[in-house]
Design a protein around this ligand. Structure first.
Ligand code: 4AZ
Length: 262
C-alpha cells in the first residue's frame, strides 16, 4: 500500500498477520492472496492472468529475507486455479479466484465475511500487501516487507459519486463499463483530509481487506484488492471484491467441495 506522504505508510508488525499470501512467478512477487483454509488461498481473478503462479509464499513478512520464521512455499494442485464462473474482466465484476494448494499450511487462516450488512458505513478496515509503495515513480517498486494501512469503508453510491468516478473524463475513460460500482464490489479510501492518502496499489491485488480483530484468527476478511484508477488519489477510492456477495454462489460451495478441511 502507498501513501502520497511517507508519514502514513506503516510496516505491518512482523507476526501480526498470518494469512497474507504472496503469489510469485519464479520467486517474483506479483499479487497478493489470503489463506482461508489450510489448503486454500483466495485471490483476485485478474491475478490469474497476470502471470503463472509458480510459488505461493505463506507466513512471510520480509520477502527478501531468509530470517522469516515458519514461512512456507507452496505450489498449486493440478488444475488448482478456479476462477469465478461469472468473472467479467471488462467490468472487473466477480473478481475472485480460488487456489488449491498442493500442501497444508500451518498458518492461522482468516474467516471470510458472509454478512451482507458488513462492513457498515464509515467502518474502518485494514488493507495489507507487498505492492507498489511509490506510485509516482515510473518503475513499480514493490515493498520487501508487508505493509498495511487503515481505510474507511464507503457505500457503493458514495463511491460511484466520488469526484473521480462520477465526474472526470479520466474516471469515465477508466470505467469503460456502465459506470456503476456493482454489488460484487466495495470501496474504501484512506483520505484523512489534506494531502495524505493511503491506498492499495499495483502488486497488492488479490490481497486482504479486513475488519481487524485482536489477532489473525479474529480478523474477518471482507474484501480483496481489485482495482481503482491510479493509486492514492483522493478522487478515486480503491475498489475491492465484496466477499459477502461472492460467498454463497461460489466461495462456500467450492471450498466445501475441494478443501480437505471444509
Ligand atoms: C492494480 O493495478 C491496482 N488504488 C490495484 C489497486 C488499485 C489500483 C491499481 C487501487 O493492481
Amino acid at each position: 500500500p502507498v501513501s502520497k506522504r511517507r508519514t502514513r505508510r506503516a510496516n505491518a508488525q512482523e507476526t501480526r498477520y498470518t494469512y497474507p499470501a504472496s503469489l510469485q512467478y519464479n520467486s517474483q512477487h506479483f499479487c497478493g492472496g489470503a489463506l482461508v483454509a489450510p489448503d486454500i488461498v483466495i485471490t483476485a481473478a485478474h491475478c490469474t492472468s497476470i502471470a503463472t503462479i509458480t510459488d505461493i509464499a505463506l507466513g512471510r513478512y520480509d520477502l527478501d529475507s531468509a530470517s522469516d520464521v515458519d514461512y512456507e512455499i507452496m505450489g498449486l494442485r493440478y488444475d488448482g486455479v478456479m476462477v469465478h464462473p461469472n468473472y467479467d474482466k471488462v467490468n472487473v465484476r466477480n473478481d475472485v479466484a480460488i487456489l488449491l494448494l498442493d500442501g497444508t499450511s500451518d498458518q492461522a487462516y482468516v474467516v471470510i465475511n458472509r454478512d451482507d450488512n458488513v462492513p457498515y458505513e464509515g467502518e474502518y478496515l485494514t488493507v495489507m500487501g507487498w505492492g507498489d509503495i511509490d506510485p509516482d515513480s515510473v518503475a513499480q517498486v514493490t515493498s520487501d516487507v508487508l505493509r498495511m494501512t487503515d481505510l474507511m469503508y464507503i457505500s457503493n453510491d458514495v463511491c460511484a459519486q466520488s469526484e473521480g468516478y462520477a465526474t472526470t473524463s479520466e474516471g469515465y475513460q477508466f470505467m469503460t463499463f456502465e459506470g456503476t460500482i456493482d454489488d460484487t464490489m466495495l470501496c474504501a479510501y484512506g483520505d484523512t483530509g489534506g494531502s495524505i492518502v493511503s491506498d492499495a496499489c499495483q502488486g497488492d491485488s488479490g490481497g486482504p481487506l479486513i475488519q481487524s480483530g485482536s489477532d489473525s484468527s479474529s480478523d474477518v476478511l471482507v474484501g480483496l484488492v481489485s482495482w481503482g484508477f491510479s493509486c492514492a488519489d483522493s478522487d478515486f477510492p480503491g475498489v475491492y471484491s465484496r466477499l459477502s456477495a461472492l460467498y454463497e454462489d461460489f466461495l462456500r460451495p467450492t471450498i466445501c467441495e475441494y478443501s480437505a478441511f471444509p
